[in-house]
Write a protein that binds this ligand. Structure first.
Ligand SMILES: NC(=O)c1ccc[n+]([C@@H]2O[C@H](COP(=O)([O-])OP(=O)(O)OC[C@H]3O[C@@H](n4cnc5c(N)ncnc54)[C@H](O)[C@@H]3O)[C@@H](O)[C@H]2O)c1
Length: 436
């Protein structure tokens, strides 16, 4: 199969490289000339474990190429994927579909053979209809199907997720679209990854329902963690105790500073807007968004409490370990660390931070924070150390060194990666989330 991937960001590049690895002939297209130039030079635009090797192998095998020209890239393609961004629209939280529609128009103007256009970007219900209308307006002389195929990969584990998905969701309205998609995913089909064929609108909604459900699960356990702190229970035991129930499941039950990242915040907001447009309120998701928003700054206040509270915060120093919204990515979009750092600097606290991959993208988002070259430089003379992202590098800190470098032996562990009894034995004043 010949596949064109429009948008070579997180999803487009990972999907394109994986499709090439399956043996398809893939062209990754992006309008960002510098991104394409760097890809030609073998430089990855994002940090994702295993991606550089995967791209390199498939480029060398002649199955993966890059271009800025959509018209060139889609020539002869059996399937053209749209994998451009759908950020929150400024002001109202609707998904901004301008990138998707711009691509649809360009495809309509360039189609030179029968093809299936596949929306992989996360898009609200009905977007596929509009993509179809925009392309049809260009009066292409070839057979066309517009299909929805949402992506469920997780940053940090993207390649494994793409190659061994829990399921592949295809929303198609005709047999031409379904058959091409069967061929595209044939290698996974042979691997027995389940493929779910549904109509296009169901497929579009599945993606939002999945993300809203996961965001709800996280927010639920975060509120349970707050309750645990009040009643003397341990949220990790509560998580284990409920997660062992097969109907609930153990994943996404880790209490922490609230969800962030490039998907959950914008997708929950966009779902609320769709629900509002169709006069079908989703009140649970409304509550999730509100609770999660207030949680991030509440975590900043938790750190303030550990250094004696707001009143005495001015002039003190806090070391933040981890800035990205989760480990193994450099993605800073909506990371809880931004609100935590802001709460601290607003209170007059000096903040020094270290993140293994995220500092370049973090710097412009938190100009008042001093970026350090490693965890120990950040910890030097700190009144408290706050672990915000659970990078492996922070799981085995040299605690004696931490104690000798810091001004006070105070640790706030927002990811519950250490044990309270071990910390107490080492002489630390230790606070975590939802644990006695
Ligand atoms: N990042 C994730 O973990 C993830 C997971 C599942 C789904 N998604 C969804 O996938 C979509 C893409 O997300 P992402 O994180 O890969 O975004 P991204 O910002 O990393 O990449 C988008 C790319 O599209 C390019 N682009 C924009 N307009 C273009 C055009 N007209 N022609 C060619 N290229 C164009 C941009 O230059 C950019 O490189 C979003 O809808 C997102 O919600 C993301």
């Amino acid at each position: 199969m010949k596949i064109a991937m429009v948008g070579s960001g997180y999803v487009g590049l990972v999907s394109g490289a994986c499709f090439a690895d399956f043996g398809h002939d893939v062209v990754c297209i992006d309008k960002d000339q510098s991104k394409i130039d760097r890809l030609h030079d073998g430089i990855m635009p994002i940090y994702e474990p295993g991606l550089a090797e995967l791209v390199d192998g498939n480029v060398k095998a002649g199955r993966l190429t890059f271009t800025t020209s959509l018209a060139e890239g889609i020539k002869g393609a059996d399937a053209v994927f749209i994998a451009v961004g759908t950020p929150s629209r400024r002001g109202d939280g609707h998904a901004d579909l301008s990138f998707v529609y711009a691509v649809a128009k360009e495809i309509g103007e360039s189609i030179a053979n029968d093809m299936v256009v596949v929306t992989k970007s996360t898009v609200p219900v009905g977007t596929g209809d509009e993509v179809e209308r925009i392309i049809a307006e260009c009066k292409p002389a070839h057979k066309l199907a517009v299909v929805s195929n949402p992506e469920f990969l997780r940053e940090g584990a993207a390649i494994g997720d793409f190659k061994r998905p829990d399921r592949i969701v295809i929303g198609a309205e005709d047999e031409f679209g379904r058959e091409v998609m069967r061929q595209v995913y044939r290698p996974l089909f042979l691997n027995e990854s389940p493929i779910l064929f549904v109509n296009r609108r169901s497929s579009e909604l599945i993606k939002y329902a999945a993300n809203a459900f996961l965001a709800t699960k996280i927010t639920f356990i975060n509120e349970m963690a707050d309750l645990c702190e009040k009643v003397g229970a341990n949220v990790q035991d509560v998580s284990r105790g409920i997660g062992m129930d097969g109907r609930i499941g153990s994943k996404f039950l880790h209490a922490g500073p609230g969800y962030g990242g490039s998907c959950f915040p914008k997708d929950t907001l966009a779902l609320l807007k769709t629900a509002e447009d169709y006069d079908s309120p989703t009140r649970i998701v409304e509550a999730v968004v509100k609770v999660n928003d207030s949680r991030k700054r509440a975590m900043g206040r938790k750190v303030l409490d550990a250094i004696g509270g707001l009143e005495s915060a001015r002039g003190k120093k806090v070391a933040l370990l981890g800035l990205t919204f989760k480990p193994n990515t450099d993605d800073m979009r909506d990371s809880p660390a931004i609100a935590v750092a802001q709460t601290l600097t607003d209170a007059g606290v000096e903040v020094a931070a270290y993140d293994p991959e995220g500092m370049k993208l973090a710097k412009p988002l938190m100009p008042e924070v001093t970026m350090c070259s490693d965890a120990y430089e950040a910890i030097k003379d700190a009144d408290a150390v706050a672990i915000v992202t659970e990078w492996d590098a922070f799981r085995a800190l040299d605690l004696n060194r931490v104690k000798s470098l810091a001004k006070a032996p105070v640790i706030v562990d927002l990811r519950n990666i250490y044990r309270a009894d071990e910390m107490a034995a080492k002489g630390f004043t230790y606070t975590s989330v939802g644990r006695p």
